[in-house]
Design a protein around this ligand. Sequence first.
Ligand code: NAD
Length: 320
Amino acid sequence: MRTALVCGAGGFIGHHLVRALKREGMWVRGVDLKRPDFSPSPADDFVLADLRNAASAQACVDRHFDEVYQLAADMGGAGYLFSGDNDAVVMRNSALVNLNVLEACRVTGVGRVFFSSSACVYPMCNQQDPDNPTCAEATAYPAEPDSEYGWEKLFAERLYLTYARNHGLVCRIARYHNIFGPEGTWQGGREKAPAAICRKVSMVTDGGDIEVWGDGLQTRSFLYVDECVVGTLRLMRSDCQTPLNIGSEELISINDLVALVARIAGKQISIRHISGPIGVRGRTSDNRLISEMLGWAPSAPLHNGLAVTYRWIEGQVGLF
Ligand code: NAD
């Protein structure tokens, strides 16, 4: 039976990934500081461990795995990553995890390793125009990420690339762009825009207003988690040795995202703009390379995934 290790299996994407690997019939070990927040993990073995500790990481990679997915990171939305208050902690935590997991994979010997990098690696100077951001893979250098989180991802990408070059490890790297969906963080300060907006819209009465950080003219694209998992598996099993974007090219302003969620909810909503961390003016995936190399592109429009996510968050708000 083929085997997989998923680091970060208690998190949003990791949990969905474990499900997909189990559906394929693989034997899966999940590792995380915590179990998934909203439903039990289907992993065959779920280890609670702190991957910042080298011995713990080595204990998790105690045997050959065909596939190791390294998704564990100190992660959050703009409120957590762009305030500046958590920079040192974010860099230290995530760098230690990547150093330890990768070294454990080298020592033990595994089939291949996947690393989840981020759109946050792209230079700020290419993302000033909300209507025309540039996030083609080759534009990551010269580097100027908008956050220390992005700098750590860039360092980690290079770490995986050097382990491939010097130690012969088979590494695959994706740059995820704003993944969203059910069972993602939707409150507490680490949630991202789609979840925050779904929560606010579900809690406000028809005709009311919600707060949005900035003028709402900043643009992003958002990828539904099921699409992300399909792209991840395709990249992992490919022969592509360079980082690839996994995202959507459906660019939308935050104001229009609110309007879309309001339409899904069947409510009239107005927006109150307040100051807050907003990141770059525009960001979207550039899927030319992944579509050329792997034939991958999202299969459905933003609306579809957002409708499912809104209903899920509405249910969570009701339970709370
Ligand atoms: P998440 O926060 O839900 O999952 C990350 C998991 O890592 C968490 O469950 C956390 O407990 C775990 N973790 C953190 N430190 C750990 C440690 N020391 N030991 C063990 N586990 C630890 O985030 P996510 O949205 O599922 O993202 C998964 C990966 O994808 C992350 O690496 C993230 O940086 C990357 N990514 C995500 C997005 C997105 O939009 N969600 C975008 C770009 C990149």
